[in-house]
Design a protein around this ligand. Structure first.
Ligand code: AP5
Length: 250
């Protein structure tokens, strides 16, 4: 079922003083974490989950990118440093990430649920999130771990193009826009992300293996892990997720 809720994510992208539009209440608010290597398709799946379950898409990468593009004001020193870590493909320091998430902790209470994408990414972040959710009496439903062979991931990343304006994601061969270089939704310009250059992709993959892959065991031990084969079309992958979520009981 498609709920097609359009939450502007303002409180997440701009900070807690901004107001989100959450037009409808969903019957079942899901609280999910998406795990998986860079480029496995988490953002694409988060978008489908948002459309079909109504939960808000909370991507830490999107917050950093939005801070770098905000008109009229320079990013804070911590954000400027975060952007330079990102460009190189390295992780932003835990302290900066945690401060940013903590400031937005109200988003974890979103009445339509949430989809955390790109957070947590280290054991420190996972422990901190677990502590915060316990303090605030919030329960996670599941951690979806998307799995795909490395060659396919690199192919997905090298062909990715993102709309400068609305952030819609395309792939030059697999999910092309109707007119090359132009967004189907808003006619914005499609660009390659700075961290999708080959030298940054190598660093991102190594960082993922070293810092983020250990979270698979962390969430398996908490009995929250749902492995998902990330092969096939986005709709086929979504169908696997949907079936797996039916097996979870809260
Ligand atoms: P972030 O923005 O989180 O990026 P990422 O994890 O590297 O993931 P990506 O956005 O690159 O890929 P994705 O899995 O979402 O794939 P997508 O759907 O776009 O983080 C960026 C940086 O921010 C980090 O490197 C770090 O520096 C910093 N950061 C963020 N959070 C942090 C944290 N918590 N701690 C520290 N640092 C942090 O798909 C990829 C391509 O494949 C697209 O072209 C898409 O069209 C295509 N595609 C998708 N699905 C399919 C399919 N089924 N078949 C064919 N093609 C497909």
């Amino acid at each position: 079922m498609t709920t097609n809720l359009k939450n502007t994510r303002a409180a997440w992208l701009e900070g807690p003083s901004a107001t989100c539009s959450t037009p409808l209440d969903v019957a079942r608010p899901w609280r999910l974490i998406l795990l998986g290597a860079p480029g496995v398709g988490k953002g694409t799946q988060a978008n489908l989950l948002r459309e079909r379950l109504g939960a808000c898409h909370l991507s830490t990468g999107d917050v950093f990118r939005a801070a770098g593009k905000r008109d009229g004001c320079a990013p804070s020193p911590a954000m400027a440093a975060a952007l330079s870590f990102m460009r190189r493909g390295e992780l932003v320091p835990d302290s900066t990430v945690w401060e940013m998430v903590r400031e937005r902790s109200q988003c974890l209470h979103c009445r339509n649920g949430f989809i955390l994408d790109g957070f947590p990414r280290t054991l420190m972040q996972a422990e901190a999130l677990k502590g915060l959710m316990e303090e605030e009496s919030l329960l996670l439903d599941a951690v979806l771990n998307y799995e795909l062979p490395l060659e396919e991931i690199v192919e997905r990343l090298s062909g990715r193009r993102t709309c400068e304006n609305c952030k819609a994601v395309y792939h030059v061969a697999r999910q092309p826009s109707q007119t090359a270089g132009v967004c189907d939704h808003c006619a914005g310009r499609l660009v390659q992300r700075e961290d999708d250059r080959p030298e940054s992709v190598t660093v991102r993959m190594e960082t993922y293996e070293r810092s983020t892959a250990p979270l698979i065991e962390f969430y398996r031990n908490l009995d929250l892990l749902l492995p998902v084969a990330a092969t096939g079309s986005p709709d086929e992958i979504y169908a696997r997720v949907s079936a797996a979520l039916q097996t979870t009981a809260r």
